[in-house]
Design a protein around this ligand. Structure first.
Ligand code: M6R
Length: 608
Protein backbone atom coordinates (compact mmCIF):
# COMPACT_ATOMS: atom_id res chain seq x y z
CA UNK A 1 0.00 0.00 0.00
CA UNK A 2 2.95 2.29 0.53
CA UNK A 3 5.99 2.88 -1.64
CA UNK A 4 9.57 2.73 -0.43
CA UNK A 5 12.85 3.69 -2.02
CA UNK A 6 16.46 3.83 -0.93
CA UNK A 7 19.67 5.00 -2.52
CA UNK A 8 23.36 4.83 -1.73
CA UNK A 9 25.98 5.98 -4.19
CA UNK A 10 28.02 8.83 -5.58
CA UNK A 11 25.13 11.21 -6.28
CA UNK A 12 23.01 13.28 -3.94
CA UNK A 13 20.40 10.91 -2.50
CA UNK A 14 17.43 13.23 -1.86
CA UNK A 15 16.62 14.13 -5.50
CA UNK A 16 16.88 10.44 -6.44
CA UNK A 17 14.60 9.47 -3.55
CA UNK A 18 12.03 12.09 -4.53
CA UNK A 19 12.18 11.02 -8.15
CA UNK A 20 11.77 7.36 -7.19
CA UNK A 21 8.85 8.20 -4.90
CA UNK A 22 7.16 10.08 -7.73
CA UNK A 23 7.07 6.78 -9.67
CA UNK A 24 5.59 5.02 -6.64
CA UNK A 25 3.04 7.62 -5.64
CA UNK A 26 0.34 5.40 -7.17
CA UNK A 27 0.94 3.07 -4.22
CA UNK A 28 -0.04 5.65 -1.62
CA UNK A 29 -0.26 9.38 -1.54
CA UNK A 30 -1.44 10.77 1.77
CA UNK A 31 2.00 11.73 3.12
CA UNK A 32 5.66 11.24 2.30
CA UNK A 33 9.06 11.48 3.91
CA UNK A 34 12.76 10.97 3.35
CA UNK A 35 15.76 10.31 5.58
CA UNK A 36 19.27 11.24 4.43
CA UNK A 37 22.60 10.76 6.22
CA UNK A 38 24.34 14.15 6.13
CA UNK A 39 27.81 13.01 7.21
CA UNK A 40 26.97 13.21 10.89
CA UNK A 41 23.29 12.59 11.50
CA UNK A 42 20.36 10.96 9.81
CA UNK A 43 18.06 13.87 8.93
CA UNK A 44 14.37 13.40 8.25
CA UNK A 45 11.81 15.58 6.46
CA UNK A 46 8.14 14.65 6.14
CA UNK A 47 5.07 16.23 4.73
CA UNK A 48 1.35 15.48 4.72
CA UNK A 49 -0.35 15.39 1.32
CA UNK A 50 1.11 14.70 -2.08
CA UNK A 51 4.81 14.28 -2.74
CA UNK A 52 4.84 17.74 -4.28
CA UNK A 53 4.63 19.21 -0.76
CA UNK A 54 7.75 17.32 0.32
CA UNK A 55 9.60 18.36 -2.83
CA UNK A 56 8.73 22.00 -2.10
CA UNK A 57 9.71 21.67 1.55
CA UNK A 58 13.13 20.30 0.65
CA UNK A 59 13.62 22.44 -2.47
CA UNK A 60 13.60 19.29 -4.57
CA UNK A 61 15.96 17.65 -2.14
CA UNK A 62 18.56 20.43 -2.18
CA UNK A 63 18.17 21.13 1.55
CA UNK A 64 19.02 17.55 2.43
CA UNK A 65 22.62 16.90 1.38
CA UNK A 66 24.02 13.39 1.56
CA UNK A 67 24.57 10.37 -0.62
CA UNK A 68 22.62 7.74 1.32
CA UNK A 69 18.95 7.79 2.14
CA UNK A 70 15.56 6.12 2.30
CA UNK A 71 12.12 7.45 1.38
CA UNK A 72 8.46 6.59 1.68
CA UNK A 73 5.08 7.51 0.26
CA UNK A 74 2.24 6.46 2.56
CA UNK A 75 -1.27 5.07 2.33
CA UNK A 76 -2.45 5.23 5.92
CA UNK A 77 -3.41 2.02 7.68
CA UNK A 78 -2.45 2.59 11.33
CA UNK A 79 -2.97 6.21 12.30
CA UNK A 80 -4.30 9.14 10.29
CA UNK A 81 -2.22 10.88 7.63
CA UNK A 82 -0.04 13.24 9.70
CA UNK A 83 3.59 14.24 10.08
CA UNK A 84 3.91 12.04 13.16
CA UNK A 85 2.62 9.00 11.35
CA UNK A 86 4.48 9.62 8.09
CA UNK A 87 7.65 7.57 7.57
CA UNK A 88 10.63 7.37 8.11
CA UNK A 89 10.38 6.47 11.79
CA UNK A 90 13.26 6.71 14.22
CA UNK A 91 14.43 4.75 17.23
CA UNK A 92 14.69 6.79 20.44
CA UNK A 93 18.07 8.46 19.84
CA UNK A 94 17.49 8.91 16.12
CA UNK A 95 20.31 6.62 15.08
CA UNK A 96 18.13 4.11 13.22
CA UNK A 97 15.61 5.16 10.56
CA UNK A 98 12.99 2.85 9.04
CA UNK A 99 10.53 3.00 6.14
CA UNK A 100 7.93 0.26 5.87
CA UNK A 101 5.31 -1.09 3.48
CA UNK A 102 2.94 -3.71 4.89
CA UNK A 103 1.35 -4.39 8.25
CA UNK A 104 2.95 -5.59 11.47
CA UNK A 105 0.05 -7.64 12.79
CA UNK A 106 1.37 -8.15 16.33
CA UNK A 107 2.36 -4.51 16.76
CA UNK A 108 0.17 -3.96 19.81
CA UNK A 109 1.81 -6.85 21.61
CA UNK A 110 5.24 -5.56 20.58
CA UNK A 111 4.33 -2.05 21.64
CA UNK A 112 3.37 -3.29 25.10
CA UNK A 113 6.57 -5.26 25.32
CA UNK A 114 8.69 -2.26 24.32
CA UNK A 115 6.78 0.12 26.58
CA UNK A 116 7.81 -2.14 29.46
CA UNK A 117 11.40 -1.47 28.43
CA UNK A 118 11.00 2.32 28.58
CA UNK A 119 10.39 2.86 24.88
CA UNK A 120 8.05 5.75 24.04
CA UNK A 121 6.05 6.04 20.88
CA UNK A 122 5.72 9.20 18.85
CA UNK A 123 3.22 7.85 16.30
CA UNK A 124 0.17 5.59 16.00
CA UNK A 125 1.85 3.42 13.41
CA UNK A 126 2.73 -0.24 13.51
CA UNK A 127 6.05 0.66 11.85
CA UNK A 128 7.47 2.46 14.84
CA UNK A 129 7.74 -0.83 16.75
CA UNK A 130 10.22 -1.99 14.12
CA UNK A 131 12.46 1.03 14.72
CA UNK A 132 12.38 0.45 18.50
CA UNK A 133 12.80 -3.30 18.22
CA UNK A 134 15.87 -2.74 16.03
CA UNK A 135 17.17 -0.40 18.69
CA UNK A 136 16.50 -3.01 21.36
CA UNK A 137 18.36 -5.76 19.52
CA UNK A 138 21.15 -3.67 18.02
CA UNK A 139 24.48 -4.42 19.65
CA UNK A 140 26.72 -3.25 16.82
CA UNK A 141 25.72 -5.79 14.15
CA UNK A 142 22.80 -4.61 11.96
CA UNK A 143 22.22 -8.03 10.36
CA UNK A 144 21.92 -9.62 13.76
CA UNK A 145 19.42 -6.97 14.88
CA UNK A 146 17.40 -7.27 11.66
CA UNK A 147 17.16 -11.07 11.85
CA UNK A 148 16.08 -10.88 15.49
CA UNK A 149 13.35 -8.41 14.55
CA UNK A 150 12.26 -10.70 11.71
CA UNK A 151 11.76 -13.47 14.25
CA UNK A 152 9.64 -11.24 16.48
CA UNK A 153 7.30 -9.46 14.10
CA UNK A 154 4.30 -11.05 12.41
CA UNK A 155 2.60 -9.78 9.26
CA UNK A 156 3.95 -8.35 6.06
CA UNK A 157 6.78 -5.96 5.52
CA UNK A 158 9.17 -4.45 3.09
CA UNK A 159 11.62 -2.36 5.07
CA UNK A 160 14.33 0.12 4.20
CA UNK A 161 16.68 0.72 7.14
CA UNK A 162 19.63 2.99 7.91
CA UNK A 163 21.93 2.84 10.93
CA UNK A 164 23.90 5.99 11.80
CA UNK A 165 26.79 3.81 12.91
CA UNK A 166 26.94 2.25 9.42
CA UNK A 167 26.48 5.31 7.25
CA UNK A 168 27.73 3.76 4.02
CA UNK A 169 25.03 1.11 3.94
CA UNK A 170 21.31 0.83 3.25
CA UNK A 171 19.57 -2.34 4.50
CA UNK A 172 16.42 -3.83 3.06
CA UNK A 173 14.29 -6.80 4.01
CA UNK A 174 10.94 -8.17 2.93
CA UNK A 175 8.18 -10.61 3.77
CA UNK A 176 4.97 -10.65 1.70
CA UNK A 177 5.42 -7.07 0.48
CA UNK A 178 7.29 -6.39 -2.75
CA UNK A 179 10.83 -5.08 -2.81
CA UNK A 180 13.51 -4.97 -5.47
CA UNK A 181 17.14 -3.95 -5.54
CA UNK A 182 18.51 -1.98 -8.50
CA UNK A 183 22.19 -2.24 -9.37
CA UNK A 184 23.11 1.15 -10.84
CA UNK A 185 26.32 2.54 -12.32
CA UNK A 186 26.74 5.33 -9.78
CA UNK A 187 25.02 3.67 -6.88
CA UNK A 188 22.50 1.10 -5.75
CA UNK A 189 18.82 1.39 -5.01
CA UNK A 190 15.91 -0.33 -3.32
CA UNK A 191 12.28 0.18 -4.34
CA UNK A 192 8.82 -1.27 -4.01
CA UNK A 193 8.44 -1.42 -7.77
CA UNK A 194 10.55 -1.35 -10.92
CA UNK A 195 9.49 2.08 -12.34
CA UNK A 196 11.24 3.79 -9.41
CA UNK A 197 14.66 2.54 -10.50
CA UNK A 198 14.29 2.42 -14.30
CA UNK A 199 15.92 5.81 -14.77
CA UNK A 200 19.08 4.55 -13.06
CA UNK A 201 19.30 0.89 -13.98
CA UNK A 202 17.62 -2.04 -15.69
CA UNK A 203 19.54 -4.55 -13.68
CA UNK A 204 17.45 -5.65 -10.71
CA UNK A 205 17.29 -8.33 -8.04
CA UNK A 206 13.92 -9.50 -6.77
CA UNK A 207 14.21 -9.93 -3.02
CA UNK A 208 12.37 -13.04 -1.88
CA UNK A 209 10.52 -13.52 1.36
CA UNK A 210 12.67 -13.26 4.47
CA UNK A 211 15.76 -12.18 2.59
CA UNK A 212 17.91 -9.23 3.57
CA UNK A 213 19.75 -7.01 1.10
CA UNK A 214 22.78 -4.98 2.10
CA UNK A 215 23.66 -2.16 -0.27
CA UNK A 216 26.77 -0.03 -0.30
CA UNK A 217 27.89 2.40 -2.99
CA UNK A 218 29.56 -0.34 -5.00
CA UNK A 219 28.34 -3.66 -3.64
CA UNK A 220 25.15 -5.60 -3.01
CA UNK A 221 24.96 -8.69 -0.84
CA UNK A 222 22.11 -10.84 0.42
CA UNK A 223 21.46 -12.77 3.61
CA UNK A 224 18.82 -15.20 4.80
CA UNK A 225 16.85 -15.00 8.01
CA UNK A 226 19.65 -16.87 9.81
CA UNK A 227 22.12 -14.17 8.82
CA UNK A 228 23.92 -16.42 6.31
CA UNK A 229 25.08 -14.89 3.06
CA UNK A 230 23.21 -16.15 -0.02
CA UNK A 231 23.78 -15.70 -3.75
CA UNK A 232 21.14 -14.22 -6.05
CA UNK A 233 20.83 -13.78 -9.80
CA UNK A 234 19.90 -10.40 -11.19
CA UNK A 235 17.29 -9.93 -13.93
CA UNK A 236 17.37 -7.50 -16.83
CA UNK A 237 14.23 -5.37 -17.15
CA UNK A 238 13.34 -4.75 -20.77
CA UNK A 239 10.45 -2.34 -20.23
CA UNK A 240 10.44 0.75 -22.31
CA UNK A 241 11.04 3.64 -19.92
CA UNK A 242 8.29 5.59 -21.69
CA UNK A 243 5.87 2.89 -20.64
CA UNK A 244 6.06 4.30 -17.12
CA UNK A 245 5.70 7.93 -18.26
CA UNK A 246 2.63 9.78 -19.48
CA UNK A 247 4.01 10.30 -22.99
CA UNK A 248 1.94 13.43 -23.64
CA UNK A 249 -1.38 12.09 -22.35
CA UNK A 250 -3.15 14.12 -19.73
CA UNK A 251 -3.47 11.14 -17.40
CA UNK A 252 -1.96 7.70 -17.06
CA UNK A 253 -5.46 6.26 -17.24
CA UNK A 254 -6.04 7.78 -20.67
CA UNK A 255 -2.66 6.62 -21.89
CA UNK A 256 -3.28 3.13 -20.57
CA UNK A 257 -6.71 2.96 -22.19
CA UNK A 258 -5.01 3.80 -25.48
CA UNK A 259 -2.44 1.08 -24.88
CA UNK A 260 -5.14 -1.59 -24.77
CA UNK A 261 -4.87 -2.65 -28.42
CA UNK A 262 -1.15 -3.28 -27.92
CA UNK A 263 -1.66 -5.01 -24.60
CA UNK A 264 -4.27 -7.33 -26.05
CA UNK A 265 -2.06 -8.05 -29.06
CA UNK A 266 1.01 -8.70 -26.89
CA UNK A 267 -0.92 -11.06 -24.65
CA UNK A 268 -2.54 -12.95 -27.53
CA UNK A 269 -0.02 -13.15 -30.32
CA UNK A 270 2.80 -15.15 -28.75
CA UNK A 271 0.22 -17.75 -27.77
CA UNK A 272 -1.45 -18.26 -31.13
CA UNK A 273 0.46 -20.39 -33.61
CA UNK A 274 -0.86 -21.85 -36.86
CA UNK A 275 -4.46 -21.33 -35.81
CA UNK A 276 -4.00 -23.04 -32.45
CA UNK A 277 -3.48 -21.91 -28.85
CA UNK A 278 -0.01 -22.67 -27.53
CA UNK A 279 0.48 -21.72 -23.89
CA UNK A 280 3.87 -23.22 -23.16
CA UNK A 281 4.06 -21.83 -19.65
CA UNK A 282 0.88 -23.71 -18.72
CA UNK A 283 2.91 -26.90 -18.60
CA UNK A 284 -0.23 -29.07 -18.47
CA UNK A 285 -0.62 -32.16 -20.62
CA UNK A 286 -3.85 -32.71 -22.55
CA UNK A 287 -4.61 -35.50 -20.14
CA UNK A 288 -4.27 -33.15 -17.16
CA UNK A 289 -6.51 -30.59 -18.86
CA UNK A 290 -9.11 -33.26 -19.57
CA UNK A 291 -9.07 -34.34 -15.94
CA UNK A 292 -10.01 -30.88 -14.57
CA UNK A 293 -13.32 -31.23 -12.78
CA UNK A 294 -13.79 -27.68 -11.61
CA UNK A 295 -12.04 -24.34 -11.95
CA UNK A 296 -11.95 -21.80 -9.13
CA UNK A 297 -11.11 -18.30 -10.30
CA UNK A 298 -10.02 -16.19 -7.38
CA UNK A 299 -9.17 -12.48 -7.44
CA UNK A 300 -10.07 -9.02 -6.14
CA UNK A 301 -11.73 -5.97 -7.69
CA UNK A 302 -11.48 -5.65 -11.44
CA UNK A 303 -9.44 -8.84 -11.69
CA UNK A 304 -12.38 -10.61 -10.04
CA UNK A 305 -14.69 -9.07 -12.63
CA UNK A 306 -12.65 -10.65 -15.40
CA UNK A 307 -13.05 -13.91 -13.50
CA UNK A 308 -16.84 -13.52 -13.51
CA UNK A 309 -16.72 -13.09 -17.29
CA UNK A 310 -14.42 -16.09 -17.59
CA UNK A 311 -16.89 -18.18 -15.63
CA UNK A 312 -19.43 -17.69 -18.41
CA UNK A 313 -16.84 -18.37 -21.08
CA UNK A 314 -15.33 -21.52 -19.54
CA UNK A 315 -18.73 -22.94 -18.71
CA UNK A 316 -20.27 -22.04 -22.06
CA UNK A 317 -17.38 -22.91 -24.32
CA UNK A 318 -15.43 -25.60 -22.46
CA UNK A 319 -18.30 -26.96 -20.33
CA UNK A 320 -16.17 -26.94 -17.17
CA UNK A 321 -17.90 -25.88 -13.96
CA UNK A 322 -16.39 -22.65 -12.66
CA UNK A 323 -16.71 -20.77 -9.43
CA UNK A 324 -15.53 -17.15 -9.43
CA UNK A 325 -14.60 -16.09 -5.94
CA UNK A 326 -13.49 -12.93 -4.21
CA UNK A 327 -10.10 -13.71 -2.72
CA UNK A 328 -11.01 -12.06 0.59
CA UNK A 329 -13.94 -14.48 0.91
CA UNK A 330 -12.26 -17.56 -0.51
CA UNK A 331 -9.38 -17.46 1.94
CA UNK A 332 -11.58 -17.66 5.00
CA UNK A 333 -14.40 -19.94 3.95
CA UNK A 334 -12.53 -23.20 3.94
CA UNK A 335 -13.34 -23.78 0.25
CA UNK A 336 -13.98 -27.31 -0.96
CA UNK A 337 -11.13 -28.06 -3.33
CA UNK A 338 -10.70 -31.48 -4.90
CA UNK A 339 -7.74 -33.25 -6.39
CA UNK A 340 -8.66 -32.53 -10.00
CA UNK A 341 -9.61 -28.89 -9.47
CA UNK A 342 -7.62 -25.99 -10.83
CA UNK A 343 -7.34 -22.71 -8.95
CA UNK A 344 -6.63 -19.67 -11.11
CA UNK A 345 -5.47 -16.56 -9.26
CA UNK A 346 -5.72 -13.36 -11.28
CA UNK A 347 -3.75 -10.30 -10.30
CA UNK A 348 -2.20 -7.35 -12.09
CA UNK A 349 0.29 -6.57 -9.33
CA UNK A 350 0.84 -10.14 -8.22
CA UNK A 351 1.07 -8.73 -4.69
CA UNK A 352 -2.56 -8.32 -3.60
CA UNK A 353 -2.59 -9.65 -0.04
CA UNK A 354 -5.93 -11.46 -0.24
CA UNK A 355 -5.14 -13.04 -3.61
CA UNK A 356 -1.76 -14.19 -2.36
CA UNK A 357 -3.35 -15.66 0.76
CA UNK A 358 -5.97 -17.42 -1.40
CA UNK A 359 -3.19 -18.88 -3.53
CA UNK A 360 -1.44 -20.19 -0.44
CA UNK A 361 -4.68 -21.66 0.86
CA UNK A 362 -5.15 -23.52 -2.44
CA UNK A 363 -1.57 -24.77 -2.36
CA UNK A 364 -1.96 -25.85 1.24
CA UNK A 365 -4.88 -27.99 0.11
CA UNK A 366 -2.72 -29.57 -2.56
CA UNK A 367 -4.58 -28.21 -5.60
CA UNK A 368 -2.91 -27.14 -8.87
CA UNK A 369 -2.60 -23.37 -9.09
CA UNK A 370 -2.15 -21.06 -12.04
CA UNK A 371 -1.41 -17.35 -11.68
CA UNK A 372 -2.48 -14.91 -14.38
CA UNK A 373 -0.22 -12.06 -13.43
CA UNK A 374 1.12 -8.85 -14.96
CA UNK A 375 4.15 -8.04 -12.82
CA UNK A 376 7.02 -10.34 -13.62
CA UNK A 377 8.67 -11.84 -10.55
CA UNK A 378 5.88 -10.73 -8.19
CA UNK A 379 4.88 -12.91 -5.24
CA UNK A 380 1.92 -14.60 -6.95
CA UNK A 381 4.00 -15.19 -10.08
CA UNK A 382 6.67 -16.85 -7.99
CA UNK A 383 4.46 -18.89 -5.74
CA UNK A 384 1.83 -20.22 -8.16
CA UNK A 385 2.61 -23.64 -9.65
CA UNK A 386 2.32 -22.14 -13.12
CA UNK A 387 2.23 -18.56 -14.29
CA UNK A 388 0.76 -17.04 -17.42
CA UNK A 389 1.82 -13.42 -17.84
CA UNK A 390 -0.40 -10.70 -19.21
CA UNK A 391 1.94 -8.53 -21.20
CA UNK A 392 0.40 -5.17 -20.25
CA UNK A 393 3.63 -3.49 -19.07
CA UNK A 394 3.56 -1.17 -16.06
CA UNK A 395 0.10 0.08 -15.16
CA UNK A 396 0.29 3.26 -13.12
CA UNK A 397 -3.27 4.63 -12.91
CA UNK A 398 -5.01 3.20 -9.88
CA UNK A 399 -8.06 2.39 -11.99
CA UNK A 400 -7.08 -0.56 -14.10
CA UNK A 401 -7.85 -0.62 -17.81
CA UNK A 402 -5.15 -2.25 -19.87
CA UNK A 403 -4.33 -4.95 -17.31
CA UNK A 404 -8.05 -5.75 -17.14
CA UNK A 405 -8.18 -6.14 -20.91
CA UNK A 406 -5.08 -8.30 -20.91
CA UNK A 407 -6.50 -10.54 -18.18
CA UNK A 408 -9.68 -11.03 -20.19
CA UNK A 409 -7.88 -12.23 -23.29
CA UNK A 410 -5.56 -14.48 -21.28
CA UNK A 411 -8.67 -16.14 -19.87
CA UNK A 412 -10.29 -16.44 -23.31
CA UNK A 413 -7.16 -18.18 -24.60
CA UNK A 414 -7.27 -20.67 -21.77
CA UNK A 415 -10.95 -21.33 -22.40
CA UNK A 416 -10.37 -22.00 -26.11
CA UNK A 417 -7.45 -24.27 -25.28
CA UNK A 418 -9.39 -26.23 -22.65
CA UNK A 419 -12.50 -26.44 -24.85
CA UNK A 420 -10.53 -27.88 -27.74
CA UNK A 421 -8.51 -30.33 -25.67
CA UNK A 422 -11.70 -31.58 -24.03
CA UNK A 423 -13.42 -32.03 -27.37
CA UNK A 424 -16.07 -29.38 -26.74
CA UNK A 425 -15.09 -27.46 -29.86
CA UNK A 426 -13.55 -28.63 -33.11
CA UNK A 427 -10.22 -27.50 -34.50
CA UNK A 428 -12.08 -25.35 -37.02
CA UNK A 429 -14.17 -23.72 -34.30
CA UNK A 430 -11.04 -23.03 -32.25
CA UNK A 431 -9.40 -21.44 -35.29
CA UNK A 432 -12.44 -19.26 -35.85
CA UNK A 433 -12.46 -18.15 -32.18
CA UNK A 434 -8.80 -17.23 -32.50
CA UNK A 435 -9.50 -15.20 -35.62
CA UNK A 436 -12.10 -13.25 -33.67
CA UNK A 437 -9.67 -12.74 -30.83
CA UNK A 438 -7.03 -11.41 -33.19
CA UNK A 439 -9.49 -8.84 -34.50
CA UNK A 440 -10.02 -7.40 -31.02
CA UNK A 441 -7.05 -4.97 -31.00
CA UNK A 442 -8.25 -3.26 -34.17
CA UNK A 443 -11.83 -3.14 -32.91
CA UNK A 444 -10.69 -1.63 -29.61
CA UNK A 445 -8.73 0.98 -31.59
CA UNK A 446 -11.88 1.81 -33.49
CA UNK A 447 -13.89 2.26 -30.29
CA UNK A 448 -11.19 4.47 -28.80
CA UNK A 449 -11.17 6.63 -31.90
CA UNK A 450 -14.85 7.42 -31.30
CA UNK A 451 -14.18 8.87 -27.90
CA UNK A 452 -15.73 12.30 -28.64
CA UNK A 453 -19.24 10.90 -28.69
CA UNK A 454 -18.79 9.40 -25.23
CA UNK A 455 -16.98 12.48 -23.97
CA UNK A 456 -19.92 14.59 -25.04
CA UNK A 457 -22.36 12.26 -23.30
CA UNK A 458 -20.22 12.07 -20.14
CA UNK A 459 -20.21 15.85 -19.83
CA UNK A 460 -23.97 15.75 -19.35
CA UNK A 461 -23.62 13.44 -16.35
CA UNK A 462 -20.85 14.97 -14.30
CA UNK A 463 -23.38 15.96 -11.65
CA UNK A 464 -25.19 12.63 -11.50
CA UNK A 465 -25.95 11.37 -8.01
CA UNK A 466 -26.47 7.69 -8.80
CA UNK A 467 -25.78 5.59 -11.85
CA UNK A 468 -26.87 1.98 -12.37
CA UNK A 469 -25.23 -0.53 -14.67
CA UNK A 470 -27.32 -3.49 -15.75
CA UNK A 471 -26.98 -6.53 -17.95
CA UNK A 472 -27.51 -10.27 -18.08
CA UNK A 473 -24.89 -13.02 -18.22
CA UNK A 474 -21.57 -11.68 -19.48
CA UNK A 475 -23.24 -8.29 -19.74
CA UNK A 476 -23.73 -8.35 -15.99
CA UNK A 477 -19.99 -9.01 -15.53
CA UNK A 478 -19.26 -6.04 -17.83
CA UNK A 479 -21.66 -3.92 -15.78
CA UNK A 480 -19.79 -4.77 -12.60
CA UNK A 481 -16.58 -3.41 -14.04
CA UNK A 482 -18.31 -0.38 -15.60
CA UNK A 483 -19.79 0.48 -12.23
CA UNK A 484 -16.51 0.06 -10.36
CA UNK A 485 -14.67 2.24 -12.87
CA UNK A 486 -17.18 5.05 -12.46
CA UNK A 487 -17.40 5.04 -8.68
CA UNK A 488 -13.68 4.69 -7.99
CA UNK A 489 -12.56 7.66 -10.05
CA UNK A 490 -15.59 9.98 -10.02
CA UNK A 491 -16.98 9.28 -6.51
CA UNK A 492 -20.49 9.01 -7.98
CA UNK A 493 -22.51 6.30 -6.33
CA UNK A 494 -23.06 3.46 -8.76
CA UNK A 495 -24.27 -0.11 -8.63
CA UNK A 496 -24.20 -3.01 -11.01
CA UNK A 497 -27.24 -5.20 -11.17
CA UNK A 498 -28.21 -8.33 -13.01
CA UNK A 499 -30.97 -6.85 -15.16
CA UNK A 500 -33.44 -9.53 -14.13
CA UNK A 501 -32.90 -8.72 -10.45
CA UNK A 502 -33.89 -5.05 -10.68
CA UNK A 503 -37.51 -5.59 -9.89
CA UNK A 504 -36.61 -7.46 -6.72
CA UNK A 505 -35.70 -4.25 -4.97
CA UNK A 506 -33.35 -1.88 -6.75
CA UNK A 507 -35.91 -0.50 -9.18
CA UNK A 508 -37.35 1.49 -6.26
CA UNK A 509 -34.28 3.75 -6.52
CA UNK A 510 -35.09 4.81 -10.09
CA UNK A 511 -36.31 8.40 -10.32
CA UNK A 512 -36.95 10.84 -13.13
CA UNK A 513 -33.63 11.24 -14.97
CA UNK A 514 -31.64 8.51 -13.15
CA UNK A 515 -28.93 7.31 -15.52
CA UNK A 516 -28.87 3.59 -16.24
CA UNK A 517 -26.18 2.09 -18.45
CA UNK A 518 -27.55 -1.10 -19.96
CA UNK A 519 -25.21 -3.57 -21.63
CA UNK A 520 -26.68 -5.84 -24.32
CA UNK A 521 -24.10 -7.94 -26.13
CA UNK A 522 -25.67 -11.39 -25.82
CA UNK A 523 -28.10 -11.80 -28.68
CA UNK A 524 -30.19 -14.50 -27.04
CA UNK A 525 -30.80 -12.14 -24.11
CA UNK A 526 -31.60 -8.93 -26.04
CA UNK A 527 -35.34 -9.25 -25.65
CA UNK A 528 -35.17 -9.95 -21.94
CA UNK A 529 -32.92 -6.97 -21.25
CA UNK A 530 -34.98 -4.70 -23.50
CA UNK A 531 -38.02 -5.56 -21.36
CA UNK A 532 -36.03 -4.50 -18.31
CA UNK A 533 -35.06 -1.26 -20.06
CA UNK A 534 -38.71 -0.53 -20.74
CA UNK A 535 -39.47 -1.09 -17.04
CA UNK A 536 -36.75 1.42 -16.23
CA UNK A 537 -37.63 4.11 -18.75
CA UNK A 538 -41.29 3.95 -17.77
CA UNK A 539 -40.15 4.92 -14.27
CA UNK A 540 -38.19 7.87 -15.52
CA UNK A 541 -34.72 6.39 -16.07
CA UNK A 542 -32.52 7.74 -18.84
CA UNK A 543 -30.97 4.69 -20.50
CA UNK A 544 -27.60 4.58 -22.19
CA UNK A 545 -27.31 1.27 -24.06
CA UNK A 546 -24.06 -0.37 -25.12
CA UNK A 547 -24.86 -3.02 -27.66
CA UNK A 548 -23.69 -4.82 -30.78
CA UNK A 549 -23.81 -3.18 -34.16
CA UNK A 550 -26.99 -4.37 -35.83
CA UNK A 551 -29.17 -4.49 -32.71
CA UNK A 552 -31.25 -1.58 -33.97
CA UNK A 553 -34.34 -2.68 -32.02
CA UNK A 554 -32.66 -1.10 -29.00
CA UNK A 555 -33.25 2.38 -30.41
CA UNK A 556 -36.94 2.18 -29.59
CA UNK A 557 -36.20 1.42 -25.93
CA UNK A 558 -33.00 3.26 -24.99
CA UNK A 559 -32.32 7.01 -24.99
CA UNK A 560 -28.72 6.93 -26.17
CA UNK A 561 -26.96 4.06 -27.92
CA UNK A 562 -23.31 3.16 -28.33
CA UNK A 563 -22.61 0.37 -30.76
CA UNK A 564 -19.66 -1.97 -30.51
CA UNK A 565 -18.33 -4.00 -33.45
CA UNK A 566 -19.44 -7.61 -33.94
CA UNK A 567 -17.36 -10.27 -32.28
CA UNK A 568 -17.98 -13.73 -30.93
CA UNK A 569 -20.49 -13.64 -28.06
CA UNK A 570 -17.87 -14.87 -25.56
CA UNK A 571 -15.50 -11.98 -26.25
CA UNK A 572 -17.85 -8.99 -26.15
CA UNK A 573 -16.57 -7.79 -22.78
CA UNK A 574 -13.30 -6.74 -24.40
CA UNK A 575 -15.22 -4.28 -26.59
CA UNK A 576 -18.18 -3.20 -24.46
CA UNK A 577 -15.90 -2.17 -21.59
CA UNK A 578 -14.13 0.46 -23.73
CA UNK A 579 -16.99 3.01 -23.89
CA UNK A 580 -17.66 2.43 -20.20
CA UNK A 581 -14.02 3.14 -19.33
CA UNK A 582 -14.10 6.29 -21.47
CA UNK A 583 -17.36 7.37 -19.86
CA UNK A 584 -15.92 7.03 -16.34
CA UNK A 585 -12.76 8.80 -17.36
CA UNK A 586 -14.54 11.83 -18.83
CA UNK A 587 -16.98 12.07 -15.92
CA UNK A 588 -14.02 12.06 -13.54
CA UNK A 589 -12.16 14.71 -15.56
CA UNK A 590 -15.34 16.82 -15.79
CA UNK A 591 -15.76 16.70 -12.03
CA UNK A 592 -12.15 17.75 -11.49
CA UNK A 593 -11.24 14.53 -9.68
CA UNK A 594 -7.73 13.19 -9.43
CA UNK A 595 -8.18 10.56 -12.14
CA UNK A 596 -4.95 8.64 -11.62
CA UNK A 597 -4.90 8.76 -7.85
CA UNK A 598 -8.46 8.63 -6.56
CA UNK A 599 -8.97 9.34 -2.90
CA UNK A 600 -8.59 6.55 -0.33
CA UNK A 601 -7.25 4.08 -2.89
CA UNK A 602 -3.88 2.64 -3.79
CA UNK A 603 -2.77 0.63 -6.77
CA UNK A 604 -1.43 -2.36 -5.01
CA UNK A 605 -3.38 -3.59 -1.99
CA UNK A 606 -0.77 -5.46 -0.03
CA UNK A 607 -2.76 -5.38 3.19
CA UNK A 608 -5.93 -7.31 4.04
O1 M6R B 1 -3.21 -6.12 -8.55
P1 M6R B 1 -4.52 -6.83 -8.57
O2 M6R B 1 -5.01 -7.14 -9.93
O3 M6R B 1 -4.50 -8.08 -7.71
O4 M6R B 1 -5.53 -5.84 -7.90
C1 M6R B 1 -6.85 -6.22 -7.61
C2 M6R B 1 -7.72 -5.00 -7.38
O5 M6R B 1 -7.25 -4.26 -6.30
C3 M6R B 1 -7.76 -4.13 -8.63
O6 M6R B 1 -8.22 -4.84 -9.73
C4 M6R B 1 -8.68 -2.90 -8.40
O7 M6R B 1 -10.00 -3.30 -8.20
C5 M6R B 1 -8.53 -1.98 -9.58
N1 M6R B 1 -7.38 -1.15 -9.43
C6 M6R B 1 -9.72 -1.12 -9.79
O8 M6R B 1 -9.57 -0.37 -10.95
Amino acid sequence: MCGIVGYIGKSQAAPILLDGLSKLEYRGYDSAGIAVYDGEHIRVQKSVGRLKALSELTHDGATMPGTAGIGHTRWATHGAPSNENAHPHFNRDETIAVVHNGIIENYLKMKKYLAGKEYHFASDTDTEVVAHLLDYYYKGDPIEAITKVMHRVEGSYALGIMFREHPGIVYAVRKDSPLIVGHGKDGNLIASDVPAVLKYTRNVYFIQNEEIAVLSEDSISFYNVDGEEIQKESSAIDWDINAAEKAGYEHFMLKEMYEQPKTVRDTLNPRIRDGAVVIEELGMTDEEISRIEKIHIVACGSAYHTGVTAKYVFEGMARIPVEADLASEFRYRNPILRENDLVIIISQSGETADSLAALREAKRKGVQTLGIVNVVGSSIAREADKVMYTWAGPEIAVATTKAYSAQLVAEYLLAVKFAQVRGEITEAEAASYLKDLQKLPEQIEMLLSNKERIQHFANRYISARDVFFVGRGIDYAISMEGSLKLKEISYIHSEAYAAGELKHGTISLIEEGTLVAAVLTQEELYKKTISNIVELTSRGAFVLAVTNTGNTQIEKAADYVIYIPQTNRWFTNSLAIIPLQLFSYYVSVGRGCDVDKPRNLAKSVTVE
